[in-house]
Design a protein around this ligand. Structure first.
Ligand code: SDX
Length: 431
């Protein structure tokens, strides 16, 4: 591969040169456009896990994995996490600009108006077994919204803003209702006097016999966590939302697919897996060496959950903010969680071990988030639901960007076939 005077890439195959355009992003990221590769050369590319493949052009989120930079629509994650409300960031991701007062008040009004679920949907919860995984319930209920709000099933672009707002508001209610149902507790309906995160907490934890105190510091912690999870360019679940959406599927069904992808322990399910890992180490007498050795042993499938990242080869900037928020909240609530000490020791040991250093394995967004969720009282099996609540605006923004892009085509990757070559059919009597 070489470059011509116009900086295009020149690919030489079997002595023949092929010119491939070079695409440059606004932050200097470079790509070779191979849209015509197969038809011009007869060759395709192979890139298992898409480690080297860009699926789209996007103006929503920028990551720099070497310098640990994360920006939503150009704004630094550190500033947004410190200075914004989650619904402000949701608006920014979906509409491309921070809302002015009028836009924000209109958005807030719609979120309040859409907070309830259709009463018929509430009967769905009666038919999930009590131990049903909350991510499974979330995916079913979100997918079912298109039955109650059919305008999205006709034209994916129509009412996108209403559907997006409806979904951002209702996903909170679905999550809280599924938790109450799992406990056999009465449902707590949203209140008009509470903000987005305060309403979620109240729906989760308020009880007729024991009213829940919506503490500002807990609301602030949830607000920050949702912002930090709001988008992350073309990760597994976002790519799923885009792929499903590229077939012309409505927003709710596309998001439901993304929820299922996020559920995986290698992806959003890692925050639950981290706490299970820390509890296992705690129960094992804090035998850190045993688990570090297991993580390094190629014959052992065990990995350090919450460590490593496909893009970040330094600290995940979100992990740094979450760790600080963790310290702040636990001291404010006067909680000392032994798992936090174990997490810190594990991080210290791993970051001084050549295996982790050589592979650039640092704590990611999931390593400390579960400690905060525990301190708030959120059950472990709902940690990934919290991730989904945060990621929803990002999924919506990415889906909308794709739907509005006239160059979008249905996603349909190719393969390298490694099976049998042609063979004659043999009737069963002769086999
Ligand atoms: C999220 O993409 C995103 O942006 C995702 C996300 C988002 O906001 O959407 O950031 C959210 O999903 C964060 C990641 C959460 N997952 C985990 O914490 C699970 C543990 N992490 C690993 O499974 C892994 O690091 C991944 C899945 C996150 C990334 O895997 P890659 O990029 O496919 O890298 P790899 O598996 O090829 O690892 C490279 C090397 C391998 O060793 P060698 O074969 O080179 O000897 O590093 C090793 C791996 O075995 N390795 C680990 C490890 N992670 C990678 N070894 C031990 N423990 C780990 N956690």
């Amino acid at each position: 591969m070489s470059q011509d005077n116009n900086k295009n890439a020149i690919l030489t195959i079997d002595g023949k040169n092929f010119t491939l355009p070079v695409v440059r992003g606004t932050e200097g990221d470079k790509a070779i456009d191979i849209s015509r590769l197969l038809q011009d050369t007869g060759y395709m590319t192979l890139d298992t896990g898409y480690k080297n493949t860009g699926s789209c052009r996007s103006a929503i989120t920028y990551l720099d994995g070497n310098d640990g930079i994360l920006r939503y629509r150009g704004y630094a994650i550190e500033e947004l996490a410190e200075k914004c409300l989650f619904i402000e960031v949701a608006y920014l991701l979906i509409h491309g600009h921070l809302p002015n007062k009028t836009e924000f008040d209109d958005f807030k009004y719609l979120l309040r108006r859409f907070a309830l679920l259709h009463e018929d949907m509430i009967h769905f919860f009666d038919h999930f077994p009590p131990n049903a995984p909350p991510m499974s319930i979330l995916s079913v209920m979100v997918n079912s919204l298109c039955n109650y709000y059919p305008e999205m099933s006709d034209d994916p672009l129509e009412n996108i803003n209403m559907a997006a707002t409806r979904l951002i508001s209702k996903i909170r209610t679905i999550a809280a209702f599924s938790y109450k149902k799992s406990l056999g507790h009465p449902l707590v309906y949203p209140r008009p006097d509470l903000n987005y995160c305060g309403n979620f907490l109240n729906m989760m934890f308020d009880k007729p016999v024991h009213p829940y105190e919506v503490r500002p510091e807990v609301v602030a912690a949830v607000n920050k966590l949702l912002i930090l999870h709001a988008d992350h360019e073309q990760n597994c679940s976002t790519s799923t939302v885009r792929l499903v959406g590229s077939a012309g599927v409505n927003l709710y069904a596309s998001i439901s697919a993304g929820i299922n992808a996020l559920w995986g322990p290698l992806h959003g399910g890692a925050n639950e897996a981290v706490v299970a890992m820390l509890e296992m180490i705690h129960a094992d007498g804090n035998d850190f060496k045993k688990y570090i050795d297991k993580a390094k042993d190629k014959s052992d499938p065990f990995k350090l959950s919450g460590f490593g990242h496909r893009v970040y080869k330094t600290y995940d900037p979100r992990g740094t903010i979450i760790q600080e928020a963790c310290d702040d909240l636990l001291s404010l609530l006067n909680i000392s969680d032994p798992l936090l000490d174990i997490a810190r020791q594990l991080e210290e040991i791993a970051l001084n071990d050549d295996y982790f250093i050589e592979r650039h394995l640092f704590p990611n967004v999931d390593f400390y988030s579960g400690i905060i969720y525990r301190a708030i009282g959120i059950p472990t099996n709902m940690f990934t639901v919290m991730f989904a609540l945060g990621r929803l605006p990002g999924w919506i923004a990415q889906w909308k960007e794709q739907q509005e892009d006239p160059t979008t085509k249905i996603g349909r990757p190719r393969q390298v076939y490694t099976g049998e070559v042609f063979r004659e059919f043999v009737p069963m009597k002769d086999r």
